[in-house]
Each structure stands twice: as structure tokens, then as C-alpha cells.
Ligand binder design. Sequence first.
Ligand code: P6P
Length: 328
Amino acid sequence: MPSPIITTIQSHILEQQQQSGEASGTFSWMLSGITLATKMIAAEIRKAGLNDVYGAAGATNVQGEAQQKLDVFANEAMLHCLGMRDSVAALISEENDEPVIFNRSGDKAKYIIVFDPLDGSSNIDVNVNVGTIFSIFRRPDGVSVEDALLQPGTKQVAAGYVVYGPSTVFVYTTGNGVHGFTLDPAIGAYVLSFANMKMPEQGAYYSVNEANYDTFPETYKQYLTELRTGGLGQTYSSRYIGSLVADFHRTLLKGGVFLYPPTVKQPKGKLRLLYEANPLAWIAEQAGGRALSGNGRVLEINPESIHERTSLIVGSRVEVDRLEKLLQ
Ligand code: P6P
């Protein structure tokens, strides 16, 4: 018999913001902009194939990637729902070359939100999980918006993602642990389904695009050989969905390691620091895991540009510790 007692993400966010000391109401009002936008995106994805949202939109984004129609829809949903929140000072999107800066009077516009509106969208047409990733920073008092756009991941005040899969799951942290909510389509609400998520100390999966193996730096090849030959005291299976949010979500739940090492094509790594690596790194650490860039902790990187890329190794402590030791 299902219980009628539920915890919605709205009530959970209000509790969290009281603990995190963010201004009452402002924070939850802003996060509600993200939950609304992701419900709109989920609804559109569920109809993919019936509503002419398959395929390319005919443009390319700042990354030089062909924008899918759903990329455009998702980006517009996030920009619209968040732009309406007067506590938002600026928005940075994977799909926009430049930041969207709101010249709002007074000091209310305190937050900068960076996001990838629809990560892995090339998988949409083959019905594979995709996701939205976001990260929220405060604009320090007395600092201009422009000067507050590039902050290290340690300064995040909230981070999360939504994975659009068999169910739509919203995972977030404000620094008090990691919590997951499942969208209940019957009532249109995100309902608490994973309280205080903890990443296993060690897992049974490693996740990497093996097609790039020959161009990995030697240390990464040695590491993968160790994983394959029981070097970490157990056998592993390989799982690679090719959709970062889906590969990360599995790693958060089951443990193991996801890695996107430097390659010849992307010597600095492929994944974007601000709206992919940073939010997932913070969630991993809050859940007891770790996240490295190959040159240290992801969260300590001082960004130099809003779309900069990084290598990413994220997952359980045992697996990430081992690679860190090999890299040293
Ligand atoms: P590759 C999707 O395009 C994406 O940005 C991430 O979602 C995913 O982890 C990665 O690229 C996959 O890249 O080079 O393995 O196809």
C-alpha cells in the first residue's frame, strides 16, 4: 500500500536552505525555476518522435556541435524559467557563446547559474538517457557580475543534474549531502526517492570510451589494464553509455569510476569544467566519492573561460585514489 506521505523537492529545498544559510525563499524560488524547466524538458523528451523534435536544428553551438532541436528547446526553457527569477544575476549555458547578464538594479541579483541544458542530446534520436546539469554560484558582495563569472568549483552553493531515463530523476546538493527525487508524472512533482545518497567505496564498473585507448597517456593505459586484470582486488565490467549524466548517475549509485582522459583530439580533455565537471565533482565528493582532473582536484581549478574543458576522473574513493597514485 503506497504511503500518501511524500517529501517534495520544494519542501526539501526549503529545509536545506535554512541549513545552508542562503536567504530565505530566494534560493528555493531559484531552484524551483530549474525544476520547472526540467519538467518541461522531460515532457518534450517523452514525446520525441511524435513532435518533430528529433534531429538537428540546423545550427551549431559554441562547441562546434550540431545543435539538436531538443537542445534549443531545453536551452530556451532554462533561460526563460531562470531569467524570470530576479535573484539571478547571470546565466551561462553550454548553448550560448556569451553569458546572459541581467542588469538588475539593487543587490537582489546575487546568483550566477551555469548549465548544460541537455547533455548527450545526440543520443535522443536513439532513445538513450540524456540529462540537464546545473551549478549555482553566489556573486560576492561588492563584486561585479562580470568579475564573478569565473569561480572555482569550491565556491558552488548548489549543484545538480536531472537524468531523463526510464524515470526522470533530479539529484542535487547544497553542501549537506546528496539527495535524489523522482518525477511522479501523476502529480507533476519531484518526490524524494534517494535520501542522503552515498557512493560505494569501490564499485564493479569502469566507464571510458575505449575507442580512444591508443591515444591515452601511458598512465591511463596502465590503470585500465589494472582494472581489467584484478589489480584493484576484483574484476570489473565496462559500461559506457556515452551520455555523461547517465554514466555518472550509475557511478553514483553503483560505484566504480568514470573517466574521460586527455586524447589527441582533446589534449585538455573533452568535458566542460563549469557546467559538467564541477557540478558532478561536488556531488561525487558530497556522496563520499572523489573527482580529479588529472592534475588535482576538479573543484580547485580556477577557470579562465566559461567554456573551458577538462579531463575528468570521477567515482569511488578506491578507484580514484589508485589513479591519483599512478599519476603522481
Ligand atoms: P565521446 C555527450 O556529447 C558528451 O558531452 C557527454 O555526455 C559524454 O560523456 C561524452 O560527450 C561522450 O563523448 O567522445 O565518448 O563520444
